[in-house]
Design a protein around this ligand. Structure first.
Ligand code: IVH
Length: 703
């Protein structure tokens, strides 16, 4: 069967991408078209096929070049250009719209017997002896309806009550796996309504939650809530950042142009999703199976359930659909669900249990977290006895009380959370959860900032905080000191062998030996791991310092901006805010951290112990080719490319364009008849002078 792109197409588009990265000149309109085609192809490879063809930087460079060209020629902007996913305005609210066809739900089955019954009923309704079934994952996200008119995405709506939904088109346009246009017109299709699910990759969800926690926010409960919540965010730029994906699994309606033939494949469910896939739509073709007998379906369901955790998305079951459309029509629908489809639900990852008491834990930053201790209950193969309640707002919002029977959910690999208390089971003896006024560890009075959800112990010498800071410092994503986990730190800290982060490098190993329980081998392993951490990269060190609101991503941004950590002592809020993704809240926290005498002292001690404070990568950039922090200036008449394109390309790769020749300039690119700028640069002697070709070579190696 023909695919979205032929092998030749793919090769051509890949070569075209590489060619565009070398800054060609020529017909602008043609180049804009080529850029769009290449970016759409790269999006499809990345989001639909999960096989990226371009490095992130290459993709960004092409995207910025297209943006730059469209800014120059606004009349050439089309509504389906990849740049138009980014909506500028912030919508005020979502208008209500009616669905072309009501969005029905699915009937559920839970075991082999239910499925055998369903198979029998299907055969009765269709008046046949054998039915071909199509089985596909039941994605746990937010359902949506998409309408494409004359080939272009014209509307995206949430399910709502099934008849009316919210028009979330602007947000839907942020989802890169959804094509903004498709070759539907050529296939004779005037209008089509497609159903699907908006989902968040588990790893995207985890990374997002990590960031939220680093920023002092409570994590979102599960990928499903995150997906449906994100669809309703009023700021499309924020929606874009959250990295939603889409999976389309049903064509609910289509209109053909007068005289057009029904496209081939639109006679079965499998054929219809293949047909969509071949046009670039994300459909689960690679996760679909067709069976001719229900016992095969049943065996597949059991096997699939066993590997549910290995899928990138949350899946809460499988959907079994009658493959043939004529048969589907004959079977029809109830007011609630189609009779030709059924969900096979996996074992619940929810359970009820009793909330026994609440403990208050002190975190690394002093935040107090209420943790519900519940009667141990197995959920999806794991016994759960402790569930975080995150903060006081969450407790109040859910109105959970001690003694309540609570519904607990564990979504995939995600931490368990309390969905709600079952208020109908209350006896009247339940007690309100009281928040402490003093730190449960050091007894300092707790404080709460008006805009924050968490109460905090602000005593930075609070023993738990000191220990937690060390545990964070050695953790896998920070300095990655293996064989030296929380238990050892706790023990050494209690024995006075550790006092603060720098003391990790001055442990009295003789005393450790005398403690018992540590053999020569384990001591050598710890010593080696501690020693190796001295050469860790600067971003890991910055993350490991545990600066509030500084997660792994922000730590990388900060590390990339300096050659030595001490440079950050002089950065003010304004300067920090020029860095990507650093807002005033993070900037303030960073400034506060580096202004504190005790933190500078800690950095001095780490330095004295031989811990790396330098961004080596930054020093090597000229040879490795990354342009971050590098400055460029173009002069003279350029013949091989346009100045503005070249400038856009430099910026896309992280470099800056300067207005004149100064000691700050790294590269001067000279065309013909270069004048005073070239003279000045020669005189300075510190500027690299490049011909156009040398510049192009540099750009090609800059990764
Ligand atoms: S078919 C008429 N297929 O599950 C078409 N639904 O519990 C009915 N869902 O509302 C839907 N994956 O949001 C279908 N592969 C899949 C699905 C799927 C997830 C959702 C959908 C539906 C809900 C019913």
């Amino acid at each position: 069967m023909q695919s979205m792109y032929t092998q030749q197409d793919e090769k051509r588009l890949y070569d075209q991408a590489k060619h565009l990265l070398t800054l060609p000149t020529g017909n602008e309109e043609q180049m804009i078209d080529q850029l769009r085609e290449v970016i759409n192809y790269a999006d499809w490879k990345y989001y639909v096929q999960s096989e990226p063809v371009l490095a992130d930087q290459e993709y960004d460079a092409l995207f910025k070049l297209l943006k730059h060209k469209e800014d120059q020629f606004p009349e050439l902007v089309t509504s389906d250009s990849p740049t138009q996913r980014i909506a500028k305005g912030i919508s005020e609210r979502f208008p209500t719209v009616s669905h072309l066809v009501p969005m029905l739900s699915l009937d559920n089955t839970y075991n082999a017997e239910d499925l055998t019954d369903w198979d029998r009923k299907c055969k009765e309704l269709a008046e046949v002896d054998a039915i071909e079934y199509c089985v596909e994952p039941k994605y746990d996200g937010a359902s949506i309806s998409l309408i494409y008119e004359n080939g272009a995405l014209s509307r995206g709506a949430t399910r709502g009550d099934g008849v009316m939904g919210e028009d979330v088109t602007t947000n839907i346009r942020q989802i890169k796996s959804l094509p903004l246009s498709a070759t539907l017109v050529a296939k004779g299709v005037e209008q089509i309504e497609i159903r699907g699910e908006i989902v968040i990759h588990k790893n995207v969800f985890e990374a997002y939650n990590k960031q939220r926690v680093a920023e002092g926010l409570s994590p979102l409960a599960n990928p499903r809530n995150a997906a449906s919540g994100t669809l309703r965010i009023l700021d499309p730029a924020e929606v874009r950042k959250r990295g939603l994906s889409a999976v389309l699994y049903h064509i609910s309606d289509y209109t053909l142009a007068a005289g057009a033939q029904r496209p081939e494949g639109l006679d079965t469910h499998y054929g219809s999703l293949r047909w969509l896939y071949n046009m670039g739509f994300p459909t689960p073709v690679n996760e679909m199976k067709v069976f001719s007998r229900i016992d095969e379906v049943i065996a597949y369901c059991a096997a699939f359930e066993a590997r549910r955790d290995s899928l990138p998305f949350e899946v809460d079951g499988l959907v079994i659909k009658v493959n043939n459309f004529v048969m589907q029509d004959k079977m029809g629908m109830t007011s609630h669900h189609p009779r030709w489809a059924v969900a096979y639900k996996f074992k619940a990852r929810q359970a009820t249990s009793k909330l026994l008491r609440v403990e208050f834990q002190v975190g690394r930053t002093g935040a107090i977290t209420p943790v519900a201790k519940i009667e141990p209950v197995p959920i999806g193969g794991v016994t759960v006895s402790s569930v975080s309640l995150f903060n006081e707002d969450v407790v109040r919002e859910k109105d959970v009380r001690i003694g309540d029977t609570v519904l607990v959910e564990r979504a995939g690999d995600v931490i368990p959370y309390i969905v709600k208390p079952l208020t109908e089971l209350r006896t009247g003896n339940e007690e309100e959860i009281k928040f402490p006024t003093n730190c449960p560890v050091c007894d300092s009075v707790l404080e709460k900032q008006p805009e924050e959800a968490a109460w905090r112990c602000i005593n930075i010498s609070c023993p738990v905080q000191v220990a937690e800071r060390m545990i964070h410092y050695v953790s896998k994503d920070a300095m990655d000191i293996r064989n030296f986990g929380g238990a050892n730190i706790q023990k050494f800290y209690e024995k006075g062998l550790l006092t603060d982060v720098p003391s990790i490098y001055h442990i009295d190993w003789e005393t450790v030996r005398s403690l018992g329980g540590f053999g020569d081998k384990s001591i050598t392993n710890m010593q080696q791991a501690i020693d190796q951490s001295k050469t860790q990269t600067l971003n890991r060190l910055i993350f490991g310092l545990g600066i509030r609101f500084v997660g792994e991503t922000t730590a990388k941004t900060l590390a990339n901006a300096v050659a030595n950590i001490r440079e950050l002592y002089d950065w003010d809020i304004e300067k920090l805010s020029t860095l990507e993704d650093i807002g005033p809240k993070v900037a303030t926290s960073v400034v506060d951290f580096f202004n504190r005498h005790e933190n500078r002292e800690m950095i001095d001690k780490l330095d004295a112990s031989g811990v790396n404070l330098i961004n080596h990568h930054k020093g090597e950039e000229a040879t490795t080719g990354a342009l971050t922090g590098k400055t460029f200036l173009f002069t003279g008449t350029l013949s091989q490319f346009k100045r503005s394109d070249a400038e856009a390309m430099v910026e896309a790769k992280g470099g800056n364009i300067l207005g004149g020749v100064s000691a700050k300039l790294n590269y001067l690119v000279v065309g013909e008849d270069a004048g005073s700028k070239l003279e000045k640069a020669k005189k300075l002697g510190t500027v690299n002078i490049l011909t156009e070709q040398e510049f192009l070579d540099l750009m090609n190696t800059a990764e």
